[in-house]
Design a protein around this ligand. Structure first.
Ligand code: DGL
Length: 268
């Protein structure tokens, strides 16, 4: 049994396209409908109550398409909202894949986690890691300023380096050997993070790990697509579609300007 329905993916904005890019690489035949909540971004500073409301609306919108699976390509929603959902189709977030990968990679059993304030407050990564291997010691720290650095094209700047030095100091002190980039935007900070932590700390990209996780899941459940839909990739946002190609380009590595449509997310 194969399944040619769409995979529905959403994020607070365009950051989730880091996951989509990886998914396209590992599963080129899958059909994807993406929703980026650009009208209500950022999510990383919101309360649990608001995040639940937003996530449910985002999922309701995706469910207007013929979808087989929902992927929450947002570190914040994956960490905070997952346990409050009760969907009739499978939902996968970014926490499981990245946690699993980190547990496989660490040698000294000291793993660090960075993410938005809401993600770090939730302790979701820590709990998931402890469930896999209770011997692993976790240290986490919120890095809220990384998102605007990435979105403004300043990920490799001197200013970003100085901020990263402050944020990441705790991980140097703890002597971690593996760091989970628990937010969609952080893979773009890789150079700067490496400059601070050195090459010996393994960085785990939550979007890329999630793409591998989704692949395993689809294979295991006999749900892989073998036929591309006429419109293989669909993109929707909740704010103006103009001006967004720069960021979309950064995250996806290609121009999708003409493919993006605006919807009114408040209706869902
Ligand atoms: N997508 C969010 C995340 O991965 C980052 C941006 C935001 O705060 O909305 O946590």
């Amino acid at each position: 049994m194969m399944n040619n329905k769409y995979i529905g993916v959403f994020d607070s904005g365009l950051g989730g396209l880091t996951f989509v890019k990886e998914l396209m690489k590992v599963l080129p035949d899958e059909n994807i409908v993406y929703f980026g909540d650009t009208g209500r971004v950022p999510y990383g500073t919101r309360s649990t109550e608001t995040l639940i409301k937003y996530a449910k609306g985002d999922i309701n919108f995706l469910k207007t398409f013929d979808i087989k699976l929902i992927v929450i390509a947002c570190g914040t929603v994956s960490s905070v909202v997952m346990e409050h959902l009760n969907e009739d189709i499978p939902v996968i977030g970014v926490v499981e894949g990245a946690s699993k990968k980190a547990c496989e990679m660490t040698k000294n059993k000291k793993v660090g986690i960075i993410g938005t304030s809401a993600t770090i407050k939730s302790n979701k990564y820590e709990q998931t890691i402890k469930n896999i291997d209770s011997d692993i010691k976790t240290t986490s720290f919120a890095c809220p300023l990384f998102v605007p650095f990435v979105e403004n094209g300043m990920a490799d700047s001197e200013a970003a380096y100085l901020v990263a030095k402050e944020y990441l100091d705790i991980f140097k002190k703890e002597g971690i050997d593996t760091l989970i980039l628990g937010c969609t935007h952080y893979p773009h900070m890789t150079n700067t993070i490496k400059k601070v932590l050195g090459d010996n700390v393994t960085l785990i990209d939550s979007g890329a790990s999630c793409a591998d996780y989704v692949k395993d899941y689809l294979i295991k459940n006999d749900m892989l697509a073998i036929k591309k839909q006429d419109e293989q990739y669909k993109y929707f946002v909740s704010d103006s579609t103009s001006d967004f190609s720069k960021i979309a380009n950064l995250f996806l590595g290609k121009n999708i300007d003409s493919l993006v449509k605006k919807i009114d997310i408040e209706k869902y």
